[in-house]
Design a protein around this ligand. Structure first.
Ligand SMILES: CC(C)(COP(=O)(O)OP(=O)(O)OC[C@H]1O[C@@H](n2cnc3c(N)ncnc32)[C@H](O)[C@@H]1OP(=O)(O)O)[C@@H](O)C(=O)NCCC(=O)NCCS
Length: 384
């Protein structure tokens, strides 16, 4: 629930074309103390340069000047072949002289309303502020993590890697297109990341993987200098070849340690287990909100029918009362104490979450255990 804004403020509304430069100046002044060209300062977050960024920003104005703003990005995603929609927010800022008056809360509420209207299921935020927790976002355990140092990765002399360039976008889209869990990414997303060599705040490189000169996959490696770490943040294609590619890439990383993030249920985690590499579920650095969980469950009905051992003849329904949720298949019920428990059931629980998730019973338990948490594509390339 947001309070009405004091009368001197106008918005939240989409900036007009002639107002866009002053919104950029607001963002620059909040995030970057040093003056510098926007194209240089925002380079680590290249999705800020996409063509529709103005239309996907909301701002509040005071005497004609923007004083608070949030940008957003939406993409369809597939979770094991079933379509959902992911929304991102970024560049969340309020001018120092206008803070603490509910402006960012109002822009966030308006942004969430846009997400609801356009069918977004989950909102991903790179930050972890009270502002976001207040809107119902929370920590999650979004992905599996495998440390690859000391692992005996199986090499394959037929497997080679080469760094992708702008001419490889069609190949990357083709390889991504064969994945069941992925983004339905725009061409421009690949272009911006390749052009700027960064995504979500870090340098990254995309390595195409070939076996006998045929393209079989790709790996996106993020360079995290402060942790002396190279991290796989996205992968696609033949998982055995990807492991061989990692074996061949490792000597090129020098002193950097190597680890890997993969969506829940990704087969590379099972392959790594065979190589003696275990996985854990770390706490993701950002936060997620389930935007309209009832609608998300309804969208996922075919997914549940496909995977539930009982054939899904009893559709799952979610009801909410006083902030608590009940998931039922008409026979058994699972009581979830709050929005956080529901979020963790859907997308994964962070390791330090308080208490345990309640256990479902009967056939509902089979449904939950075989279908959840969802396998969501990792957000890093598209983060804003
Ligand atoms: C974060 C920022 C955008 C907040 O802007 P703002 O307009 O002052 O925000 P609001 O007035 O709506 O809310 C201010 C705080 O009061 C809290 N608040 C609002 N209503 C509240 C309520 N009814 N009860 C309790 N707390 C409340 C909000 O959660 C928020 O907490 P936070 O700033 O610690 O996250 C602003 O401080 C800023 O620009 N910071 C620098 C840039 C930045 O860090 N951006 C976020 C990147 S993740």
């Amino acid at each position: 629930m947001t309070m009405p804004l004091p009368p001197e403020y106008d918005g939240p509304r989409t900036p007009r074309p002639e107002e866009w430069d002053s919104v950029i100046e607001l963002m620059r002044s909040v995030f970057f103390k040093e003056r510098g060209p926007w194209q240089l300062t925002m380079r680590p977050w290249p999705l800020a340069f996409r063509g529709d960024i103005r239309e996907n920003t909301l701002a509040i104005y005071c005497q004609g000047e923007p004083v608070s703003a949030i940008s957003r990005l939406e993409r369809d995603i597939l979770t094991r072949g079933h379509t959902l929609r992911l929304g991102f927010i970024g560049s969340v800022c309020t001018h120092t002289e206008h803070r603490g008056k509910g402006l960012a809360s109002a822009v966030l509420a308006a942004t969430l309303q846009r997400f609801r209207e356009s069918g977004v299921d989950f909102m991903y935020i790179s930050g972890t502020r009270p502002l976001y927790f207040g809107a119902g976002a929370n920590w999650v355990g979004l992905e599996a993590h495998c440390a690859l140092d000391g692992a005996a990765l199986p090499g394959d002399p037929r497997v080679r890697t080469r760094q992708a360039g702008l001419d490889d976008i069609a190949a990357l889209a083709e390889l991504a297109g064969r994945e069941g869990t992925r983004f339905l990414r725009h061409w421009e997303d690949w272009r911006l990341v390749l052009e700027h060599g960064h995504c979500s705040g870090f340098p990254c490189a995309i390595h195409l993987v070939e076996r006998d000169r045929a393209l079989v996959g790709y790996l996106v490696l993020r360079d995290i200098e402060r942790d002396n770490l190279a991290r796989v943040i996205e992968l696609a294609g033949d998982r055995s070849c990807l492991l061989a590619a990692l074996a061949s890439l490792r000597p090129t990383l020098g002193e950097r340690r190597l680890d890997l993030f993969a969506p829940h249920g990704d087969p590379i985690v099972d392959l790594l287990a065979v190589c003696g590499v275990g996985a854990d579920i770390p706490k993701n650095r950002g936060t997620i909100k389930a935007v309209d969980p009832q609608r998300t469950l309804a969208k996922l009905a075919p997914y549940f029918r496909e995977r539930r051992p009982d054939g899904g003849d009893r559709p799952l329904r979610l009801t909410s009362r006083n902030g608590a949720y009940t998931l039922t298949d008409g026979e058994n019920e699972l009581e979830l104490a709050d929005e956080a428990q529901l979020l963790w059931l859907l997308v994964g629980r962070p390791p330090d979450a308080p208490g345990e998730l309640p256990q479902a019973t009967g056939r509902l338990r089979d449904a939950v255990e075989t279908c959840l948490p969802l396998s969501l594509p990792l957000p890093y390339i598209n983060m804003i």
